[in-house]
Design a protein around this ligand. Sequence first.
Ligand SMILES: Nc1ncnc2c1ncn2[C@@H]1O[C@H](COP(=O)(O)OP(=O)(O)OP(=O)(O)O)[C@@H](O)[C@H]1O
Ligand SMILES: [Mg+2]
Length: 247
Amino acid sequence: MLTVKNLYKSYQVGKNRFDVLCGVDLAVRKGEFVAVMGPSGSGKTTLLNCISCYTPADSGSILLDGVELARLKEDELAEVRNRKLGFVFQDFLLLDGLSVRENILLPAILSGNINSTAEARADQLCDVFGISAIRDKYPAEISGGEKQRTAVARALINHPLLVLADEPTGNLDSKSARAVIGTFEQARQALGATIFMVTHDSYAASHCDRVVILQDGRVRRTLEKGGMERGAFQDALLDVIREMGKE
Ligand SMILES: Nc1ncnc2c1ncn2[C@@H]1O[C@H](COP(=O)(O)OP(=O)(O)OP(=O)(O)O)[C@@H](O)[C@H]1O
Ligand SMILES: [Mg+2]
């Protein structure tokens, strides 16, 4: 599904070069829910931006469904962004002038995919996420949790291969954060979605199949949940993060 190999990315600011990603290797299989954690500035968003085709990497490779992103031209990258990827942003970015249903349909409209199949898909997503009753309301008229579910439904409208989320629970209280994670789990179970999420939140990460920890531009640890209970997995994550902090 997604394979990142030996990825390097640095930023040049004036005379200074900042090496942010220094040989990142990771893979996400179809249907997996994977989290990326790591200290602030460790390159999580940069990694996500490279996978999103927003920022070109310096070297290394990103294969999405067997396609090498670095080989694609600008219009082909736009196509990947529109059709193969779904995005969930930290503040959800719903458009105020569009109804819930129209917000969900937006990526289909933007990619020229708007037809009765897309509309049926939007209705199915409203059903899965329990927002059918509010689908004609506007963002100002719905609750925070309903906004989150709308944002996740929107990310799924084009049947993306991969949903990318940067700190989707970042600004939320713990109840809303739980709701977002619940929505991702539902997306995976009911729709077979594959989700790659950057998070600081060990609670959110503890719902994932695998947690990749970035530090100093590399994957320093990978933890598999395996058959572990969620709480035990969260404890294991916290132990590893504490240990890494001491080094
Ligand atoms: N466009 C840019 N130009 C120059 N430096 C940048 C740019 N974007 C990010 N950086 C630097 O790269 C490093 C990694 O940034 P990045 O946003 O990927 O970190 P992060 O792990 O997402 O951090 P956080 O947890 O705070 O969101 C930081 O030191 C940041 O200052
Ligand atoms: Mg970030």
